[in-house]
Structure formats: structure tokens, C-alpha cells
Design a protein around this ligand. Structure first.
Ligand code: ATP
Length: 323
């Protein structure tokens, strides 16, 4: 291979820039030319390409978001869209591609590489940390710290006023961010899609005899919990316990942005370099992961099909803290 392309796809995550920088510089050191594809698969279809030199990725290591921008592309889900994308890659003489994104992005890469002879290597970047086969996805650690910082502030008000706050964090299908931030913030209850037992814990907490203005609590709610989000569950609790002062805080997009933590930067750099090494090693349709602090290679079809399960020990630890 002589020329590679790199792009970001799906939701943005802090540390994507660090990964773009690492891929670019590792490729250049190995005498490969690098093209950045702007706006994910949509930019691939439209041929929105930009040449990347080492100096083009200067000063981005510490920035959140992605300098190449990202997008969701319905067109790429069609065979005609992928055909157009392939023609654009061919025209630009691109021999291999590094995709930085989540499981949807890797599914797209898998589909395209089955139709056309073009190798893809994936770098997992999603604040949910829900990919099978890797302990880390880029952005998760930063998002976790952002949530903890925000909830610590909410805790001040909850305590001062004796209020119960339902705090909603991102995670439509995965509750790890809610679970770990809940442990880090000493949340009284954590509601996640992976375990409906937590609703029993909520009832126990509410029945403990907590009376208005006497005490307070933080209930972490993952977006995808069966209750249907913090608003809905808070409304139900308000109706059932009119004596409690119940509030809701939806953290929203502050969880996605911001400067990546040191760990996200280091992991993104390691994975970026490993992606280029994998391509030079003739690998394809592989996700680069980090397990037990070591770089691992996970086939796309495993990474996207299997779920990253919740560590039940974390749930047990949380329960123990709230006995
Ligand atoms: P996040 O975890 O942030 O959601 P993601 O990579 O899973 O990131 P998606 O929106 O699911 O984000 O996928 C990104 C893009 O990948 C889609 O917009 C689409 O263009 C492409 N894609 C996803 N699934 C497929 C598929 N089955 N076939 C072709 N392309 C796909």
C-alpha cells in the first residue's frame, strides 16, 4: 500500500483528533501518503478529501471533537452509495482506510470490504465504551470525568436543599457510563438498561423514610433505561411520593465535548500507531482494541455482533456502598 485514508464517523468523541494525528504521523513515518476524508461516509461518497501532512495535525492532540468532522450517512447504507464511495477512493488512489468510530461505522466498513477489495482497520471511539473486545474506546474516560464533575456540582444543590435529583447521562443501549460515574459520585441508585433489578433498589431508597428537606440523593439514569429516561421516571416518583422534592438534570451534550484526558490521548495514540502497523501487516476488517493494557486485534464481525457486557462486580460494589 502507498496511500491511506483516515476518517471519523458516527458520534464525535474526545480523543478522535489524537487518533487522527497518530494515524497520520505513523503512516508518514512509514512512507505512506495520507488523505483525510471529511464528514464520514458522506464525505467519502462526495469525494470530500484533504491531503494530510504531519504539520496539518499539529496542535489538535488536546482538542475535543474531530478536525475532519463526522456525519451519519443514509446514502452509504445503499449499494449505490457504497459504489460511489469506492469510485471516489479509487480515483484518489487510496489503497487502505482507517475508520475511527463506533459499531455502526465498523458495520459499514465490513459491508464495503465484502463488496470491494479495500482493507479497513477500525479504531473504536465512542463515549459509551460498549464495543466487544476492547476495555477502552476513545472518549469514554473523558466523558466519565465530565459527568463526575457535573454531578459533584448537582450534589451541592441536592444536599443544600434536601432534593432528590434524577441525573440522565448518555447511553441508549449501554449503561457503563452511568454505572461508573454513579460509583464515582456516590449515587444512591443507578438505573441502566442492562439490569432492571435497579428499580427495586430505587423503591427501597424511596421508602427508607426519606422526608422532604431531611435528606437528598442522586439517582443516575442511563438514557436507555427501561423507565424511558430521567423525565419519565421522575414524574412517576413525584406522583407516588408527593412529599419528596424531586428534580431532573439531563446532562446532554456537555458529556461529549471537551479536551481529552491524558488516558484518552495515550490510548488514541497507541491505537492510531497500531492501526498503521496492522495495515502494513496486510490485516483487514480488524478493530484495534486495548485489553489488559495491551493492544489487541478484534475482527469487525466479532466487534459489531457481540455485546460488551456490564461487569456485575461493579453493580455489587455499588450496592455494598448503599446498604
Ligand atoms: P456511535 O456509537 O456514536 O453511534 P457509530 O459508528 O455506531 O457511532 P452509526 O450512526 O451507527 O454510528 O453509524 C455511522 C455510519 O455508518 C452510518 O451513518 C452509516 O453511514 C454507516 N453504517 C452503519 N450501519 C451500516 C450498515 N449496516 N451498512 C452500511 N453502512 C452502515
Amino acid at each position: 500500500i502507498r496511500k491511506i485514508a483516515v476518517f471519523t464517523s458516527g458520534g464525535d468523541a474526545p480523543g478522535m483528533n489524537a487518533a487522527i494525528r497518530a494515524v497520520t504521523r505513523a503512516a508518514i513515518v512509514n512512507k505512506l501518503k495520507v488523505t483525510g476524508i471529511r464528514r464520514g461516509y458522506q464525505g467519502m461518497i462526495e469525494g470530500d478529501f484533504v491531503a494530510l501532512r504531519s504539520s496539518d495535525v499539529s496542535g489538535i492532540l488536546q482538542l475535543g471533537g474531530t478536525m475532519l468532522q463526522t456525519a451519519r450517512s443514509d446514502e452509504f447504507r445503499t449499494a449505490a452509495g457504497r459504489e460511489q464511495a469506492y469510485q471516489q477512493l479509487k480515483k484518489a488512489e487510496i489503497d487502505a482506510v482507517v475508520v475511527i468510530g463506533g459499531d455502526g461505522s465498523f458495520t459499514g466498513a465490513l459491508v464495503m470490504s465484502q463488496e470491494y477489495n479495500i482493507p479497513f482497520i477500525g479504531i473504536p471511539a465512542t463515549i459509551d465504551n460498549d464495543m466487544y473486545g476492547t476495555d477502552y474506546t476513545i472518549g469514554y474516560e473523558t466523558a466519565l470525568n465530565s459527568v463526575v464533575e457535573a454531578v459533584d456540582k448537582i450534589r451541592d444543590t441536592a444536599r443544600s436543599h434536601g432534593r432528590i435529583f434524577f441525573v440522565e447521562v448518555m447511553g441508549r443501549e449501554a449503561g457503563l457510563l452511568a454505572l461508573t460515574s454513579g460509583i464515582a459520585c456516590g449515587a444512591e441508585v443507578i438505573l441502566i438498561p442492562e439490569s432492571n433489578e435497579q428499580h427495586i433498589e430505587l423503591e427501597k431508597f424511596l421508602h427508607k423514610g426519606y422526608k422532604k428537606k431531611e435528606t437528598s440523593g442522586i439517582i443516575m439514569v442511563a438514557e436507555g433505561d427501561e423507565a424511558g429516561g430521567a423525565m419519565k421516571i421522575a414524574e412517576k416518583v413525584r406522583n407516588e411520593h408527593p412529599d419528596l422534592d424531586v428534580r431532573v438534570s439531563i446532562l446532554g451534550h456537555i458529556q461529549r465535548g471537551g479536551s481529552p484526558t491524558a488516558k484518552d490521548r495515550v490510548n488514541a495514540t497507541r491505537m492510531g500507531v497500531a492501526a498503521i502497523e496492522a495495515l502494513l501487516d496486510d490485516q483487514k476488517s480488524m478493530m484495534i482494541g486495548i485489553t489488559n493494557e495491551k493492544i489487541v486485534h478484534v475482527p469487525f464481525n466479532k466487534a459489531v455482533k457481540l455485546n460488551h457486557s456490564i461487569d456485575n462486580n461493579l453493580l455489587d460494589i455499588h450496592k455494598l456502598m448503599n446498604r
